[in-house]
Design a protein around this ligand. Structure first.
Ligand code: SF4
Length: 493
């Protein structure tokens, strides 16, 4: 129970701490490394994770150590536990435990010691150096005691070797981290000058999170959509969004393997996100969802799952299940919104209100589930200012990612009929680029850009045809950002 509480407090702290992108990278590196050591030493993995997180907070956020300790002290259950440990220290019992830890694995026990010290004496130590010094002194004394007692025994030599290795390794590790931090800062500066991408791409996010390229495999799980079932359907919906998704006649595993095989020929990657793309992928009983999601998650090298859905199609039961799923894998929920303007939502037959959408985002965020939102530029009667208002609103909701689309008229959709009868102005490429660049300037820099233009099927597209030149649009966005000497988040206050 205490461990669970402590874990939650530390996870909350990790969440609340503002991490730069480079720090996030280092954080994952540190946690990964600590976990590896813990597993080698056969330590409790949960406990290892917990202390690795603490260690990470300390190492990367040196000035925050008092905050960590205060947060922990605020919690009465933890305080009780801290008092118990304090008593153990006074009775010297804790040292006996630490001696045992040392025999088991010095690397990990050093983290545990640091963390325990912090919990116990949060205001006693002013900086991490002091704490580490104290631990070093303690370990040296311990070794000297062993020397007197066990000098002749082989265990002593083993322990001595291990200790010396630890000191060497610990120093090397710190040097490496410091060097890495320095290099990354330099790299940041160079990238700022050189990078043609002045926005936070999905590719960059995946590389930071998974340390290599990750490919999204689009699946068609055969779900329907409540908005179609109630007879409306979104005005632009071709009922087959996801032209590059698997074939719904195949089961999910076959779809996944077929796409993966194709991708392996093009890209060098062995990490995949299973993307439930077509229709509303939470529109079924939780039991059915569980079976479908978990069948692909059990495949090797699947590191996460993305689920595209609507804000009015997630039940409380499913939310609880998603919360659990999120603890096991990298889960992202993609919600369609398209616009924050109620008149537009009615015009496109969205079938839910902005309030409904907002409530669902808050529910997902409360459960710490990543949220990506889809918006459409160029909807009839919307001005540039209205489209910018949409992204400003999403900033406040603290979403994790965004997909920006251009409105496209697709064959056999209600929008095609409307467009033929009452042609309206579709944005030109130049207008679209101007709007997207302005939206990026107002968009929080931590929000990952999952998509910045559409990718319609050329046989289905009625207009605008410029959308077929995806790479031209992407290049022109880069050029415009450079010309304006601007970047994502420049105008965020
Ligand atoms: S929510 Fe998606 S699947 Fe449902 S009608 Fe709208 S676009 Fe089509």
């Amino acid at each position: 129970m205490v461990k669970k509480e402590l874990k939650k407090t530390i996870q909350d702290l990790l969440e609340q701490t503002p991490w730069s992108r480079n720090e996030q990278y280092l954080r994952n590196e540190l946690i990964g490394r600590s976990m590896k050591i813990a597993i080698q030493n056969q330590d409790d993995e949960n406990e290892a994770y917990l202390f690795a997180c603490l260690y990470t907070l300390l190492l990367l956020k040196k000035t925050d150590q008092n905050t960590i300790a205060c947060e922990i002290q605020k919690n009465s259950v933890l305080k009780k536990q801290a008092d118990k440990i304090k008593k153990m220290v006074n009775d010297k019992k804790l040292f006996t435990k630490l001696e045992k830890d040392m025999m088991l694995g010095i690397h990990f026990s050093s983290m545990k010691t640091i963390s325990t010290q912090i919990i116990l004496t949060h205001n006693q130590f002013k900086n991490i150096k002091e704490i580490k010094e104290k631990i070093k002194n303690y370990t040296t004394t311990l070794l000297q005691n062993f020397q007197n007692e066990f000098q002749e025994k082989p265990e002593y030599q083993n322990l001595k070797n291990e200790f010396e290795e630890w000191q060497k390794d610990d120093l090397e590790f710190e040097n490496r981290i410091n060097k890495l931090l320095k290099d990354l800062k330099e790299e940041d500066k160079v990238q700022e000058k050189k990078s043609s991408k002045r926005y936070y791409t999905l590719d960059e996010y995946y590389k930071k999170t998974f340390h290599q390229k990750v490919f999204k495999v689009s699946l068609n799980a055969g779900f329907s959509c409540p908005n179609i079932q109630n007879g409306h359907g979104c005005i632009f919906c071709s009922n087959q969004s996801g032209d590059f998704a698997g074939d719904k006649k195949d089961d999910l595993i076959t779809q996944f393997n077929t796409i993966k095989k194709k991708m392996e020929k093009k890209w060098q990657t062995n990490q995949y996100i299973a993307y439930f793309q077509v229709a509303t992928n939470t529109y079924a009983p939780t039991k059915v969802l569980k079976e479908k999601y978990e069948s692909v998650l059990s495949l090797p090298n699947v590191v996460g799952i993305d689920i595209a859905t609507r804000s009015d199609a997630i039940t409380e039961e499913t939310l609880d299940y998603l919360e659990e799923l999120n603890k096991k894998t990298h889960l992202t929920i993609e919600l369609g919104l398209q616009s924050i303007h109620e008149k537009t939502l009615q015009f496109i037959h969205r079938g839910h209100t902005l309030k409904n959408f907002e409530e669902m985002v808050l529910k997902l965020k409360k459960r710490k589930i990543r949220v990506v939102v889809h918006i459409i530029n160029g909807l009839p009667n919307e001005t540039k200012e209205m489209m910018i208002e949409t992204v400003k609103y999403l900033n406040d909701l603290q979403i994790d990612g965004i997909k920006i689309h251009m409105l496209s008229v697709i064959k056999n959709t209600p929008l095609e009929t409307y467009y033929q009868k009452k042609p309206f102005h579709l944005l030109t490429k130049e207008e679209y680029i101007d709007i997207v660049c302005s939206q990026l300037e107002y968009l929080n820099p931590q929000i990952v850009i999952h998509r910045i233009t559409g990718d319609p099927n050329k046989n289905e597209l009625i207009a605008p045809k410029w959308l077929l030149k995806k790479f031209v649009v992407l290049n022109d966005i880069d050029k415009e950002l450079k010309k304006r000497n601007t970047y994502q988040g420049k105008l965020v206050r």
